[in-house]
Design a protein around this ligand. Sequence first.
Ligand code: TXA
Ligand code: MG
Length: 316
Amino acid sequence: MTAAILPSTPSAIARAAALLRAGRLVAFPTETVYGLGADATSEHAVAEIFAAKGRPRFNPLIVHVPGLVEAEALAVFDDRARRAAAAFWPGPLTLVLRRRGDSGLSLLASAGLDTVALRAPAHAVAQALLRATGRPIAAPSANRSGRVSPTEAAHVVEELGDRAALVIDGGRTPVGLESTVLDLSGEAPALLRPGGLTLEQLTEFLGPIAVPVGAAPKSPGMLASHYAPSLPLRLEAVRACPGEALLAFGPDAPPGFGEVMWLSREGNLTEAAANLFAMLRRLDRPPFTGIAVTPIPEHGLGRAINDRLRRAATPR
Ligand code: TXA
Ligand code: MG
């Protein structure tokens, strides 16, 4: 069985909102990746997300809201958080803040933590759905746990079959990588996940930001192996190995690969981010025995691209 996919018309959005209010799951586009949404105030609906994804219950979800006004009803905003939201929302930035006692949010949505991750997505369909539903929507990426995030409606169906009552098709998601997760619940801001908003943009605005490495993940989704295709992935490739397909960045691709897809021939990181997950999916098939990726610079969106590639390359 596969889920119903509807183009993002006003009637589809009204239908999706009704399903969400009735406690059902709806997949929808955001500017980053497709999300699998549920009413964030319903413990039962949120539990359905964990079941549909096969997601460990210690890994909390992002709660989506139209903007700062709705967010302030859910979490404690200090001046710094308010300024960050004002500067970057709607957009690919998730803020981890202390939950308000009267938020009404499902406890499972934040996996029992006293913090909650909030984001206002910059996508017309996501915004229309949030406003039509009139409730905060918990939404992880709409893939099975540990796999590559969906950037097209068809990917959602590949991942989840009929686990969503409805998939709203808004075309390809423009950013292509998940949001940046910034922890503002403590003294010093900490980057929990690099993503669609670059560390450079954040630092320019907030000053120095701690980038925790190695330690026990504060962002439990930052498990070593994640975002993984089925085939093994080989990074920093400079020559071909038998049987491999290649994801190339920049004008020169080493010869000898079974197939080459260009993340960006011009070496443009924004274009590469938008292509990354769809191309990984395309090359993840026989007759290839592995996927190689040429080096990608570690700045701007390259930081988030390399983060996803390293996790995808980690042996399971
Ligand atoms: O772009 C995105 O963020 C997409 C779209 C759908 O909005 N959503 C997404 O959700 O990527 P998900 O569940 O795949 O990733 C959420 C990340 C995980 O790494 C999770 O551990 C972290 O956010 N997170 C959520 N709540 C947290 C909290 N209270 N403290 C620390 N990390 C948290
Ligand atoms: Mg995810």
